[in-house]
Design a protein around this ligand. Structure first.
Ligand code: PXL
Length: 265
C-alpha cells in the first residue's frame, strides 16, 4: 500500500505542546510520513510564557523547499499553522505553489487569534495577509475568532450565535478559499463544544461535538487540526475526521486535566 506523505510547516516550540511537537507525533502515529519545515525555533510557545527565545528560520524555508524539489518527492498533504511574520506568510504561498501537485490537499490553520483577540505578537494588518494565504486552502480550519478576522466581520462569542449564523460563516469561509471548512470552538449548549464542518462539493454541513471540559488548554487547535489532517489523508470523510479530532482532542485535554498539569504545558 502506498504511504501518504505530509509536509508540516510550523514553528517548533521546545517546551509545551503545539505546532511541530504536536503535528509530527500525531500525523506520524496515524501512519502518515511527516516531513517538516520548521519556521522558527522557540524555547516555549508564546501562550502564557514570558522570556521565551525565538530563532527565526525564514531564510531557510525556500532553500529547504528547493532542495526537496530536487528529490522528486510529492506530498499528499501540506499542513501549515503558526507563521510568525508577513514574510513567512508570503513564502508559504510560494511554497504551496512549488510543492502542490494534483493530489495534494492543502490544509491551512490560520493561527493568529482566540477568544475574540488577535495574539499580541501580530499587528492589526496580519489577518489581511493570512486571508490571502487562505485562498490556497483545500481545507481551512479556523476558530471563530480567526473566522471573524478573515471575513472582517464582528466576533460572535459563545451564546451569541445561532446555527444559521454558523452556517453563514462556513459558506463565506468556503467562498474565501474555494475549499472545505472545519470551524472550531462551536457551542450551541453550554456543556457541549465542538466543530462545524462544510464540504463544498456536496454543499453539506455537519457537526461534531463532545462534552465541554472547562479551562483553556494551549495547543489544542494544533492537536485538533493535526488529527483532522490525519483523518482526511487516511480516507475518512471530512465529517468523520472532525468527529475523530474532536474526540481525540477532548481525550488529550482530559488526560492533561486529570494529571493536574499546568494548562500552558
Ligand atoms: O498553537 C499555536 C501556536 C503555535 N506556535 C506558537 C504559539 C502558538 C500559540 O500561541 O505561540 C509559537
Amino acid at each position: 500500500m502506498e504511504l501518504k506523505r505530509v509536509a508540516a510547516i510550523h514553528d517548533i516550540s521546545g517546551f509545551g505542546k503545539c505546532s511541530l511537537t504536536v503535528a509530527l507525533p500525531i500525523i506520524s502515529a496515524a501512519g502518515i510520513e511527516t516531513s517538516v519545515i520548521p519556521t522558527a525555533v522557540l524555547s516555549t510557545h508564546t501562550g502564557g510564557f514570558t522570556g521565551f527565545t525565538y530563532r527565526d528560520l525564514t531564510e531557510d524555508i525556500m532553500p529547504i523547499v528547493d532542495h526537496w524539489k530536487t528529490l522528486d518527492i510529492t506530498f499528499d498533504g501540506i499542513y501549515t499553522g503558526f507563521l510568525g511574520s508577513f514574510e513567512q506568510v508570503h513564502l508559504i504561498e510560494q511554497t504551496i505553489d512549488k510543492l502542490k501537485t494534483e493530489k495534494t490537499v492543502v490544509v491551512i490553520d490560520p493561527v493568529m487569534a482566540d477568544n475574540g483577540e488577535l495574539y499580541a505578537i501580530f499587528s492589526k494588518e496580519f489577518p489581511k495577509e493570512m486571508a490571502k494565504l487562505c485562498k490556497k486552502a483545500d481545507l481551512l480550519i479556523p476558530n471563530l475568532t480567526e473566522a471573524s478576522l478573515l471575513l472582517e466581520e464582528p466576533y460572535m462569542a459563545d451564546g451569541t450565535y445561532t446555527q444559521t449564523d454558523i452556517e453563514g460563516l462556513l459558506k463565506r469561509l468556503s467562498d474565501l478559499c474555494q475549499g472545505d471548512v472545519v470551524l472550531t470552538g462551536i457551542s450551541f449548549e453550554p456543556e457541549k463544544l465542538g466543530a462545524a464542518v462544510y464540504e463544498r462539493k456536496t454543499d453539506k454541513i455537519a457537526y461534531a461535538f463532545t462534552q465541554r471540559i472547562e479551562g483553556y488548554y494551549h495547543g489544542t487547535g494544533d492537536v485538533f487540526a493535526s488529527a483532522v489532517t490525519s483523518g482526511v489523508l487516511n480516507g475518512f470523510t471530512l465529517a468523520q475526521s472532525a468527529q475523530i479530532a474532536v474526540d481525540f482532542t477532548a481525550a488529550a485535554i482530559l488526560r492533561t486535566k486529570n494529571a493536574g498539569t499546568d494548562i500552558r504545558f
